[in-house]
Design a binder for this molecule. Structure first.
Ligand code: UD1
Ligand code: UDP
Length: 366
């Protein structure tokens, strides 16, 4: 009889969503026990609790309460606290998601204790080493035993870096699983359009939170100038990440932005999905939101210099517009409203990625 214990490490908003999709399958797998650990990287109720409540994520076994800090400080504190949990639980696997500091700390703590690591969303690359996420991804991939690649491009990136082929499993994207499962719930449960007095396809949805955009006042100003310019013609709604709120306040941009753009607190996932589905265009620097735009067939403009999700650009669903000139960004946004989108092909699997991941984990444990 199989008796496998796996520890899931989460800490930041997108990880709650990804882990929710996998946990739903993991918890009903025979002979498998999941222990859920939250590092506490995200801690505001609207950055954390809301996801546990509405996605019905199982009860947390540990909340490490690490909170914010510089990279070294935050990652170091996580490493120490996760190690203690691993020594106590002695799991067979540690599962980590994506590319945050929680991901790296989880992988590093585990590999140092010779506990096998499964990395979900492995192989993503921006090839921009200035991004903290890029360092986290590369190091996590090279510390992992099982690497679950969401796309063919991600798998090829891992081959190129010399990772053994039999460690890499192309399973599709768990965010697509989540979009299918929770997309229906959003239609039934979200009232956000009424609450914000929005009409379907008559507004643009925007999100901005990437460090390279928020921490550079010139870029931040250019992005918000562009959004304000577009907002003269069509409503722009932007749920504000706490990092961005802080940066806008510090640079004195907040007042003008708030007078032109509908700035809201971060919203829960079901409200976010509803906002995405009904937008006429999405402008974002988020990884997850770029894909969700495609899942709901909404044209997308990515306000970055590059993207890891290159398939969306190749298929015509996404345009990458570097955040340098406000006018160029504003023109790109305006010109893509109501565009036909791209080629009808889904590079993110069949919506059963979680099932595949759990099957591989179980088989690798026999
Ligand atoms: C992190 C990830 C990023 C991911 C994002 C998802 C890293 C290096 N970055 O970025 O890859 O895309 O999460 O949203 O792991 N804050 C609050 N309340 C919170 C959380 C954060 O006020 O609940 C503020 C704090 O001032 C904090 C800042 O936001 O210093 C940044 O938070 P942090 O978790 O360090 O990075 P994110 O920008 O959220
Ligand atoms: N999201 C959300 N509420 C918000 C903003 C984003 O639920 O106010 C969801 C979004 O739908 C996606 C995920 O959070 O599933 C993306 O997270 P984020 O943009 O913070 O991080 P990234 O994907 O860039 O790492």
């Amino acid at each position: 009889m199989l008796n496998v214990e796996t520890i899931t490490i989460v800490g930041a908003r997108p990880q709650f969503i990804k882990a929710a999709a996998v946990s739903r399958v993991l918890r009903v797998a025979e002979g498998v026990k999941e222990v859920l650990v939250h590092t506490g990287q995200h801690y505001d109720a609207n950055m954390s609790d809301v996801f546990f409540d509405e996605l019905e994520i199982p009860r947390l076994d540990y909340n490490l309460g690490i909170g914010s800090g510089t990279h070294g400080e935050q990652t170091g504190r996580m490493l120490e606290a996760i190690e203690k949990v691993l020594l106590q639980e002695k799991p067979d696997w540690v599962q980590v998601y994506g590319d945050t500091n929680s991901t790296l700390a989880g992988a590093l703590a585990a590999v140092k204790l010779h506990i096998p690591v499964a990395h979900i969303e492995a192989g993503l690359r921006s090839f921009n080493r200035l991004m903290p996420e890029e360092i986290n991804r590369v190091l996590t991939d090279h510390a992992s035993d099982l690497l679950f690649a969401p796309t063919k491009t991600a798998m090829e990136n891992l081959w190129r870096e010399g990772i053994y082929e039999d460690q890499i499993k192309l399973v599709g994207d768990v965010m697509y699983d989540a979009a299918i499962f929770y997309g229906k719930k959003a239609d039934q449960q979200s009232h956000i359009l009424n609450k914000l007095r929005l009409k379907s396809k008559e507004y643009i949805l925007a999100t901005v939170h990437r460090a390279e955009n928020t921490d550079d006042p010139v870029r931040l100003r250019a992005i918000f100038d562009a959004l304000c310019e577009v907002a003269c013609e069509i409503k722009v709604v932007l749920p504000l990440h706490p990092r961005t709120r802080e940066a806008l306040t510090k640079t004195g941009i907040y007042g003008t932005a708030a007078s032109r753009i509908c700035l809201t607190e971060p919203v829960g996932y079901l409200d976010m999905v509803m906002l995405e589905k009904n937008a006429c265009l999405i402008a974002t620097d988020s990884g997850g939101v770029q894909k969700e735009a495609f899942f709901y067939r909404v044209p997308c403009v990515t306000l970055r210099e590059e993207t890891e999700w290159v398939e969306l650009v190749e298929l015509g669903w996404n345009a990458v517009v570097p955040p340098f000139s406000a006018h160029v960004m504003a023109d790109a946004i305006r010109s893509r409203i109501g565009s036909f989108g791209g080629v009808e092909e889904n590079p993110y699997g069949d919506g059963n990625s979680a099932v595949k991941i759990v099957d591989f984990l179980v088989n690798a444990s026999r």
